[in-house]
Design a protein around this ligand. Structure first.
Ligand SMILES: Nc1ncnc2c1ncn2[C@@H]1O[C@H](COP(=O)(O)OP(=O)(O)OP(=O)(O)O)[C@@H](O)[C@H]1O
Length: 252
């Protein structure tokens, strides 16, 4: 995926100014930056939730036309949210199942006409869901309503739902926010395993520098809507603009 000269405005506020960067197939790419830098806005541009006023999003080698978020999802892009967005009253299993909605092609009428086809689809959906539930080690809570789960597990269920969609690009908005050290370690391991095992490309926003530097292949750094750094964790760590931004050095 390639972001080319993206500019995004909200009225008079420029959230993103002329930013370009790419996400290579199979990599873990982090977007970092101080509060209000424009990271969530950028993730929303990637997911098709915001349409930038300027610039182009290229996906799989071609410019992506203006699309609705569900159409972007159908192209294999799934995401999790900064604030957990699960159905609290529903079980873990049912929540993860909602991740398959994009794969449910057989409508109600078709189901009535071709029962066999619908059954096959249902089976494939169940299989993928069970695979993800096993992979993320949440079998023991599959029947539990999400509202009863501790925070760290809710975040894992959100990851499970996104993975159930079998995305080729997975967007994670602060996957470790609010977690304790142990939960962060678990989540890091799962993210690395997902990348390894399924070959899923991952773009994530994360505030915990230790986590970002350990997980990512490459990092984009934003500050005040601009890109100030882009490279491997080591390159970014030694970039003077990045150091200044994080130490809060005044802008000219
Ligand atoms: N829907 C919106 N309407 C108006 N302004 C917005 C909107 N979303 C973001 N902004 C503004 O755009 C800028 C970038 O915000 P954004 O949330 O993308 O930053 P961020 O880096 O994700 O911040 P944080 O780390 O605090 O989540 C901020 O000045 C913010 O106030």
């Amino acid at each position: 995926m390639e972001m080319k000269n993206i500019t995004l405005r909200f009225g008079g506020v420029k959230a993103i100014t002329d930013i370009s960067f790419n996400i290579r197939e199979g990599e873990i790419r982090a977007i970092i930056g101080p509060n209000g830098a424009g990271k969530s806005s950028m993730l929303n541009v990637i997911s098709g939730f915001y349409i930038p006023q300027e610039g182009e999003v290229w996906y799989k080698g071609a410019p992506r036309p203006q699309m609705k978020p569900y159409e972007v999802a159908q192209q294999g892009i799934a995401r999790t949210f900064q604030n957990i967005a699960l159905f609290e009253g529903m079980s873990v299993l049912d929540n993860v199942m909602t991740g398959r909605l994009n794969h449910m092609k057989t409508g109600i009428f078709a189901q009535a006409l071709w029962k066999g086809k619908a059954e096959k689809e249902e089976e494939a959906n169940r299989e993928q869901v069970e695979k993800v539930i096993d992979f993320l080690e949440i079998q023991h809570i599959r029947k539990t309503p999400v509202s009863r789960l501790p925070y760290g597990l809710k975040k894992r269920v959100e990851l499970a739902r996104a993975l159930a969609a079998e995305p080729s690009l997975l967007l994670l908005d602060e996957p470790m926010a609010g977690m304790n050290v142990e939960e962060k370690e678990d989540m890091s391991r799962f993210i690395l395993d997902v990348n390894d095992e399924f070959g899923t490309t991952i773009a994530l926003i994360e505030h915990d520098m230790g986590v970002v530097m350990d997980l990512s292949d490459r990092v984009v750094v934003m500050d005040y809507g601009k890109k100030i750094g882009d490279g491997t964790p080591d390159e970014v760590r030694s970039n003077q603009d990045v150091i200044d931004a994080y130490l809060g050095v005044a802008h000219d």
